[in-house]
Design a binder for this molecule. Sequence first.
Ligand SMILES: Nc1ncnc2c1ncn2[C@@H]1O[C@H](COP(=O)(O)OP(=O)(O)OP(=O)(O)O)[C@@H](O)[C@H]1O
Ligand SMILES: [Mg+2]
Length: 592
Amino acid sequence: MRIKLHWRLTFIFYFVFILVLLIGYFYLIPQLRLYFEHSLKNNIKNQLFLDKHLLEKYLIDEDTFIEDADAISDRMGEELGIRVTIIGIDGVVLGDSDLSKEELKYVENHLDRLEIKKAQENGFGISKRFSRTVKKDLLYMAVPLGKDNSLGFLRFAIPLRDIELFEAKLKRIVFLALLLMLGFGLLLFFSLSSYISKPLLEMVEIAKSYAKGNFLIKPPLRLKDEIGELAKALSIMSEEIKNKIEKIEQDKTSLDAVLSSMFEGIIVTDKNGEITLMNPSLKNLFSINNSLIQGRRPIEIIRYIDVQSIVDEIIEGKQKFVSEEVKINLPEEKILKINGTAIIRDDKLEGAVLVFHDITELRRLEKIRQDFVANVSHELRTPVSSIKGYAETLLEGAMEDRKNLSEFISIIYNESNRLANLIDDLLDLSKIESGKMEMLLRPLEIINIVKKCVNILENKAREKSITVSLDIPKNLPKVLGDDKRLSQVFLNLLDNAIKYNQQGGSINISIFVKNRFLQVDISDTGIGISQKDIPRIFERFYRVDKGRSRQLGGTGLGLSIVKHIIQAHRGQVWVNSELGKGSTFSFTIPLV
Ligand SMILES: Nc1ncnc2c1ncn2[C@@H]1O[C@H](COP(=O)(O)OP(=O)(O)OP(=O)(O)O)[C@@H](O)[C@H]1O
Ligand SMILES: [Mg+2]
């Protein structure tokens, strides 16, 4: 059981108080008794000597001393209230206040009594003893009488019971006084300890409220003693804790903000490998919506053994830094680079931090770049080897043959044209992609561009007996665009619509306003594109049928140039197509 401070203090004070009282009691009583006995003895002794002198001077007649002795002792005994005995020099008891004359005859000789012997020797004798004559414990005091102490002895006897009675009475009085003091002491100490413990208890309550995070209450600073110092220290401490908590909260808020805004996913574990923190990016990455994350192992939340192994390796102290690339399906495939680092404080392992970088896009771009280089070299090699082959044949003598000569030279010419076109396209693409191609955006009438491009490709269409129809309303609003680049778009799309069309097919160009844009649809009745190829045709060098396209002089760069130009105009480009029936390429351009 917990005893309250208030009561404990009361008990301690009270215990000490009782102890002091008891010591006092047991020391005081014998002392007082001694003092009483001593002063009683002194009084009687003084009285004894006084009476001796009075007797010697006025009352005693040496001749009648023996006859008068009994009467004198009776009278003195009566007046003093004590036993008075007068003894002759030979030890015979001559008078006694407690005995009649008759009784005196039977009293034995008193010369051997200790007090008488001492009185004989020293002029005064004292002794304590049981009186057989009066059957009591008595204190005897005796002095010699007469000139040269030759007459006899005067003896006083007081019952020791008087002293005992006094002691008993004394004890009773002191005991009552003690009882009173104990009662009074209890009240006094109770209020005293409450006076001492109250400010302490107040501070206990205040400290408790600090522990609960309430720092509004301040300890009263009224005392100037140690308790006042304690109150001051408590007050300072509360301020410091409050500031520290505010600082920690600020730090936590900024850390939370950093972690939440980070693109990379983060997991932090403690030294047991249990998760202590996970940022929103990581939750998004692995589609985790479980709120019970803390205290669980990564494998329980992210079902990838690779992630768990990285944590294990660090926690078991095998590595301080681990960097690994992990492929995951979520459900689409992603490539993650995970960097795990040990958290070390004071040379002790405290946990692990894992940072997840999504490098899927990086890897995809890398692959595109590699494919691009492979494709470019391949595309370059074909015309170059063709030119080289024909030039060699000519040098080896074919030049002599006039017929071959012009045919071969026209092949060399065509191939070098193809090469030049390819290089132009590549340069255009790289310019657009690096943002170096200048776009001169100006308000323009799109109908003029359409007509100009249709004119340029008219012959090519006619060769395949393809009819081109326009479905363009009058008074179309102007668009914001680059004349040269938009012409490039139309030429590429129309060129495709002719190239991949049937003999005697048709092309329709329709333009209309949609929201704040002009939409252009170029439909053909050509071979169409399968659904699986549609997402890829805007990629560089992608051709559905490589052989056929190359035969038609294509490199597969046209549509990716179109896509980039339209995007640079803040428009969109897309295709709807059905295999064997035809395709519709659409794009939008913002109005002025
Ligand atoms: N109108 C269309 N009908 C059917 N297929 C098409 C059409 N337009 C493009 N394609 C397909 O998309 C591929 C990519 O077209 P793109 O214009 O980029 O290249 P290309 O025409 O082969 O060569 P380039 O345009 O560089 O001369 C073509 O190879 C073709 O397979
Ligand atoms: Mg093309």
